[in-house]
Design a binder for this molecule. Structure first.
Ligand code: SF4
Length: 322
């Protein structure tokens, strides 16, 4: 008899994990559920997903699926995005406590105030925002398409929310526009220091460096390549170096090894908090929680219809422009 509902991830043996993964896949088949997982999820969670991807890829999958249930292994704003793009589906979130600290750094009333102060500007919201914030924004972007989408906008003034690092990186690539940038940040990426990267570069002088644009500008400056998680996967698995230092959330290592096991991927690992890139809220989704959520069909994402309608516009505009 399975007792996974109460099991903690850490207490699971490899045999338990395998059994639990099989149970989850079997439940997904019975219930016509699709399981989506972000690259930053735990490896054993990624392995039960129908699709593993970045925010943009998962948004597209969520909008296209004909499954009855979308079980989303990611943080809250991702589950909300799936619901907004496919509102007739039952979207389940294995851990409703799993939010994104950066998304919580801006509220809708603050966006409305920015609009008042800059009536000639367009609000460009990183998808890492709540549904309420999307509902008062003009267009969404992901780190994979932000430059392209901003370049295509008619407006000369961009109000970029909430990530200062991504905003500054886009600004650098779109110099003909004026930017007003909100000072939010992703704690795991932004707090990783240039000093730690310098230490890694000294340790592995032959390695190429791939960095996510949520990192601090000083870290971005030191990179051979800057891109979203999907773009980093392409670069790291195909570049001419056998060794790549990867500055993004450590969950990506699982996919990199699967795609190209012949290379060495160096992720920062240090006892110092600022020397590692680890997202605690992404890792708050565990196999036992996935199992319980799907089995009991609990933790459904519920959004107000008006918010869904309003938040859908900037998301659809992003999908069209990208
Ligand atoms: S990695 Fe950063 S942006 Fe992504 S969910 Fe975690 S805190 Fe949010």
């Amino acid at each position: 008899m399975l007792t996974f509902e109460i099991a903690k991830e850490e207490t699971l043996s490899p045999k338990d994990i395998k059994e639990l993964q099989e149970e989850i896949r079997s439940l997904a088949r019975q219930k016509n559920a699709v399981i989506l997982a972000h690259y930053y999820q735990r490896p054993e969670v990624q392995d039960i997903a129908d699709f593993v991807g970045d925010s943009l890829e998962l948004s597209r999958k969520a909008s296209q699926t004909d499954a009855d249930i979308i079980l989303f292994c990611g943080v809250r704003f991702m589950c909300e995005t799936a619901k907004i793009l496919n509102p007739t589906k039952k979207v389940l979130h294995p851990n409703p406590e799993s939010g994104c600290p950066m998304a919580d750094m801006i509220r809708p009333e603050q966006v409305l105030k920015l609009k008042e102060q800059h009536p000639d500007g367009e609000v460009v919201a990183y998808v890492n925002t709540s549904a309420d914030v999307k509902a008062v924004s003009d267009v969404c972007v992901t780190s994979a398409n932000a430059i392209k989408v901003v370049q295509k906008l008619q407006s000369k003034k961009i109000i970029f929310i909430p990530d200062q690092a991504l905003g500054n990186w886009v600004k650098k690539h779109v110099p003909d526009k004026e930017f007003v940038i909100w000072q939010g940040f992703c704690p795991p990426h932004f707090e990783f220091t240039a000093k730690e990267l310098e230490r890694l570069k000294q340790q592995f002088p032959d390695a190429k460096v791939a960095v996510h644009p949520e990192c601090h500008p000083k870290v971005i400056e030191m990179a051979d390549f800057v891109g979203s998680t999907s773009q980093i996967i392409n670069y790291a698995t195909t570049c001419d170096s056998d060794r790549v230092i990867v500055i993004t959330e450590v969950g990506l290592k699982h996919t990199l090894i699967k795609k190209n096991p012949n290379k060495e991927y160096i992720f920062p690992q240090s006892m110092n908090y600022c020397g590692t890139v680890y997202c605690c809220t992404m890792k708050a989704i565990t196999l036992p929680l996935v199992y319980k959520t799907l089995k009991e069909e609990i933790n459904e994402v519920v959004l107000d219809e008006e918010i869904i309608a309003k938040a859908r516009r900037p998301l659809e505009r992003m999908l069209e422009l990208s």
